[in-house]
Design a protein around this ligand. Structure first.
Ligand code: KG4
Ligand code: ZN
Length: 333
């Protein structure tokens, strides 16, 4: 069946058509209208501007996604939309648009959790992937480890107690003058620096917990930057990028390894915008190889926010009969 996915939780408006069925997981179209250039002016996402830009883009890109897939709205078996979590005004645009479409054309409406959607990206890139597995979702808003026992059952077994890894990258990127969002720029810059040059605290909390905390490393990096500036020194940006990335990647990899050990799971899925980080991908590949664990990581095009992942997650919600009616509301959490 064809599923139309709609995504508008943050700063990308996206519409996609996927064809899902027994042994079939095909992306027919996946259009992403990014607002990054608009928000870059302000160094971060401005929620009101994001909502307005979603309104301007959503109908056109939905039309484009159908046209690119070579189908009409009457071929669609379900409309899947991100209903939570995210920026409330931004989410409301996608939810209201999807509701109107589903109501007007009498198509089942399926609300989708954005985190489950990030994980579902791996179903599209790894045709034989099926639960159970552990999912490590690392994005601008989340850093969590889930035990995924079946397509729709996610149990959070660990994660950050404060900021997300993506937010930690973006914050330091902004302070050292890298373009928003800083994650991708820090990833690149880290290759030019020395990862042991600057001592930073590990975001991995001690002991058997699977939790992390990024506030300490953010503060330590800010203190380093301020102290260097006060002394009139040039910031060693590449060394900072390398040391910061090293500490974050090590901590996430350590907790992923511990989660695999504690649960006995043999499969790991890495998902979310920060899954695009080349150092994190390499470290997890290495760890999984040593632990004899199968790792699934979506291609870069499916790591950031996109509607193909929403449509894929929507398919499994559809199979479980998790429909919504016109009373569906968006939720920030
Ligand atoms: O999943 P996503 O597109 O949006 C949320 O749901 O949050 O993730 C966006 C985050 C941003 O913080 C961005 O800096 C980060 O993903 N990101 C990266 C990389 N590419 C994107 N972080 C580290 N390394 C990258 N290569
Ligand atoms: Zn996301």
């Amino acid at each position: 069946m064809y599923i139309l996915g709609i995504e508008s939780s943050c700063d990308e408006t996206s519409a996609a058509v996927v064809r899902m069925g027994e042994g079939e997981r095909v992306i027919c179209s996946n259009i992403v209208a990014s607002q990054i250039e608009t928000h870059r002016l302000y160094g971060g996402v401005v929620p009101e501007i994001a909502s307005r830009a979603h309104i301007e883009a959503v109908s056109n890109i939905t039309y484009d996604s159908l046209r690119k897939a070579g189908i009409g709205i009457s071929d669609i078996g379900a409309v899947a939309v991100t209903s939570h979590p995210g920026l409330i005004g931004a989410l409301l645009v996608g939810v209201n648009f999807a509701k109107s479409l589903a109501y007007s054309y009498n198509i089942p409406l399926v609300p989708v959790d954005h985190i489950k959607a990030h994980t579902a990206a791996a179903y599209l890139s790894d045709a034989s992937l099926e639960p159970p597995f552990l999912a490590l979702v690392v994005s601008g808003g989340h850093t969590s480890i889930y035990r995924v026992e079946s397509y729709n059952s996610f149990e959070e077994i660990g994660g950050t107690r404060d900021d997300a890894a993506g937010e930690a990258f973006d914050k330091i990127g902004r302070v050292i003058g890298l373009p928003y969002p800083g994650g991708a720029a820090i990833d690149k810059l880290a290759y030019e620096g020395n990862a042991t040059a600057i001592a930073l605290p590990s975001p991995a909390l001690g002991g058997d917990t699977l939790d992390l905390s990024f506030s300490g490393i953010k503060t330590a990096a800010l203190n380093y930057i301020n102290s260097e500036r006060q002394q009139g020194h040039e910031i060693a940006r590449a060394d900072l990028a390398a040391s910061y990335t090293h500490a974050i990647v090590n901590a996430i990899t350590k907790k992923a390894r511990l989660a695999l050990k504690q649960t006995g799971m043999r499969r790991l899925v890495l998902a979310g915008g920060v899954a695009a980080n080349s150092h994190l991908r390499a470290a997890l590949e290495d760890m999984c190889k040593k632990q004899n664990v199968r790792l699934s990581v979506p291609p870069l095009s499916l790591c950031g926010d996109n509607a193909a992942m929403v449509a894929a997650a929507g398919y499994f919600e559809y199979l479980d009969g998790n429909f919504a009616d016109t009373s569906l509301n968006a939720s920030a959490i």
